[in-house]
Design a protein around this ligand. Structure first.
Ligand code: SF4
Length: 325
């Protein structure tokens, strides 16, 4: 099965992304996986400041390799290194009704949301980004796309474009890619809001052990608990939520001790930080290995782009023939 997925390079990834990446790692065992860093997509919202783009690409690649993506198994590349994505996007733009793009649920929401933050994204590029995403997927004629529930409308849009192309040019060139929905643990940030680098409430995948301790120390707990002997309410405590994910073997004991006032929040957080650090240790080791080999990083992206380009060119030859251009 050919699988395609990508991420925008918007800064260092956090442990919430790690469950997505673990799924990618699992998929690469038995599939032909193409994973790309979508730098053009980053421009749809961050077109006015590209100063960190190159560093963000490097950092994302390191995070991916740290998570266990294997360049021998997966094709790893940068979107803008394969220009054929842009050509297919252009050709699709000729056949896609404007109304299809305007009704994508995230379009108006994001314009409003980012507008509140003072960002003007009422651009041609932002309106068209689901179509660029469609080109990203269909150019590899992917069978499956790992997505979260929130991305299902984008994939349905992609399937509609594939159907329209096939119908207009009487071809079966494009398969309709299937959604590969995975169980992904939704982690709140250390302040209880959505985890995000911009809120400074994230735990980066590349965090040092000290940084993890500091982030866990900041986590909000049961506000009614003043003294160590006060009975706690783990069900409303963020630390406990994290214990459920990172400390499965001790979570029941922690819950009971908290309710019985037999463990203090400081000790409970220390226990959690140790577990997160143990979980991140292999990620750190792999990241350090690749950080020390910058030439290899270049080689991975060059080889990935060459392989992706060969597949994209095959598709584009068929697209041009089908369209008669
Ligand atoms: Fe939360 Fe642990 Fe404190 Fe209980 S002991 S309130 S679970 S941090």
């Amino acid at each position: 099965m050919r699988i395609l997925s990508g991420m925008r390079p918007t800064g260092r990834l956090h442990i919430g992304h790690l469950s997505v990446l673990k799924n990618w790692v699992r998929l690469q065992e038995e599939n032909d996986c193409f994973y790309f860093i979508s730098d053009w997509h980053a421009l749809t919202t961050a077109y006015d400041d590209t100063s960190e783009l190159k560093e963000n690409i490097r950092s994302m690649l390191l995070d991916w390799l740290g998570a266990g993506l294997d360049p021998e198994r997966s094709t790893i590349f940068v979107q803008s290194h394969v220009k054929e994505h842009a050509e297919l996007h252009l050709l699709f733009s000729m056949i896609t009704p404007l109304s299809w793009l305007e009704r994508v649920p995230t379009y108006k929401d994001q314009i409003q949301q980012l507008g509140k933050e003072g960002k003007d994204i009422s651009t041609y590029g932002f309106l068209g980004y689901p179509l660029l995403m469609t080109a990203d997927i269909l150019i590899y004629r992917a069978d499956g796309v790992p997505v979260g529930e929130d991305q299902l409308p984008h994939l349905e849009f992609c399937r509609e474009v594939a159907r329209r192309f096939n119908y207009l040019y009487k071809t079966e060139l494009f398969p309709e890619p299937q959604a590969l929905l995975a169980e992904v643990a939704m982690l709140p940030g250390v302040d209880g809001r959505k985890m995000s680098k911009s809120y400074h409430n994230d735990i980066p995948m590349s965090a040092s052990p000290e940084e993890v301790f500091e982030k866990v120390r900041m986590m909000v707990t049961d506000p009614a608990r003043i003294h160590k002997t006060d009975p706690g309410h783990p069900e409303i405590c963020l630390v406990h939520r994290y214990h459920e994910i990172y400390n499965g073997e001790e979570v029941e004991e922690t819950r009971v001790s908290c309710r019985g006032g037999r463990i203090g929040c400081v000790a409970c957080k220390k226990r959690l930080a140790e577990k997160i650090n143990a979980f991140l240790e292999p990620v750190r080791e792999r990241r350090a290995y690749w950080t020390a080999r910058p030439n290899y990083l270049e080689e991975i992206l060059t080889a990935g782009a060459a392989k992706a380009r060969a597949a994209a060119r095959q598709t584009m030859a068929m697209v041009r023939e089908a369209m008669g251009v």
